[in-house]
Design a protein around this ligand. Structure first.
Ligand SMILES: [Zn+2]
Length: 269
């Protein structure tokens, strides 16, 4: 059984939740990690979710904004420490476009001890991805695509889960038509929804190149998705209100399943 665990669902500046990142687990416990959030909190979220970094051998970094890449620095540090103690088996493969790989490596060199950095290229393996690149990751055929961000080069991906379903991740910006061939007909469409459309004047998502729950729900409908997951949200709405408010707005445009997960929620895929 494959399971998605949301380690965080927040946008960059949230303080009442962790930044958006998640794992997709395999029956044997092996994890594919997508982004790392903004820091050491990643390790706390792993612990709270009952997951172990010893089961992470594949991590994808969508882009090098602080709320996505800095947690991966902590993952690399944790993995390197486990390697030194001979607790971590195999290699850690880091998938990202070259610019983000360079950023990760530079930050690690500046903030981690040389004895840990020494594992780069031997046990920490950088795998550059580009638009349209296809790879087998943990048995899942995965294709990466450039989301056409105007802020910072960013990739999303679509993969065929082991159960045959299609899961697509659009990164932290709204859907654009360029992505359609990659993500149309997904069983699970994972996309950002910064705030409610009805509160767009309060949160001003478009100025930040983000979208609303209504926009993302329209995308899910237009892309013939079976289900959509909404995350990377503002942190001002109380967590207990966010879910039902977002679900109510999403229903106006999309009749499929809508998930508005909170931190540490899991979804059986
Ligand atoms: Zn972000």
């Amino acid at each position: 059984m494959e399971k998605l665990t949301m380690l965080g669902v927040g946008a960059a500046m949230v303080t009442n939740m962790y930044n958006t990142c998640f794992t997709i687990s395999r029956e044997d416990g092996e994890l594919f990690l997508v982004d790392g959030g903004g820091g050491n909190g990643l390790l706390r979220q792993f612990e709270k979710a009952g997951l172990s970094v010893l089961n992470v051998h594949h991590v994808f970094v969508s882009h090098n904004h602080s709320d996505h890449i800095l947690g991966v620095v902590w993952l690399v540090r944790a993995v390197c420490q486990h390697i030194r103690k001979e607790r971590y088996k195999g290699n850690l493969y880091v998938y990202a476009h070259q610019k983000s790989l360079d950023a990760l490596r530079t930050i690690c060199r500046l903030v981690m001890q040389p004895k840990l950095n020494a594992f780069f290229d031997s046990r920490i393996i950088m795998v550059p991805v580009s638009d349209g690149a296809q790879m087998d990751i943990l048995g899942r055929q995965t294709v990466f695509f450039d989301i056409q961000s105007v802020k910072e080069l960013q990739h999303g991906f679509s993969c065929r889960l082991l159960n045959g379903k299609k899961l697509s991740f659009l990164g932290d910006e709204p859907f654009c038509e360029y992505e359609r061939p990659f993500v149309e007909g997904s069983d699970y469409l994972l996309q950002e929804a910064y705030c409610l459309y009805s509160e767009k004047d309060k949160f001003r998502p478009y100025e930040k190149h983000h979208g609303t729950v209504l926009d993302s729900s329209r995308n899910a409908y237009s892309l013939k998705a079976q289900a959509t997951l909404l995350f990377h949200t503002e942190g001002k709405t109380p967590v207990e209100e966010r879910q039902w408010k977002y679900l109510a707005e999403a229903k106006q445009a999309f009749s499929g399943r809508v998930y508005v997960p909170n931190d540490l929620d899991t979804i059986v895929l």
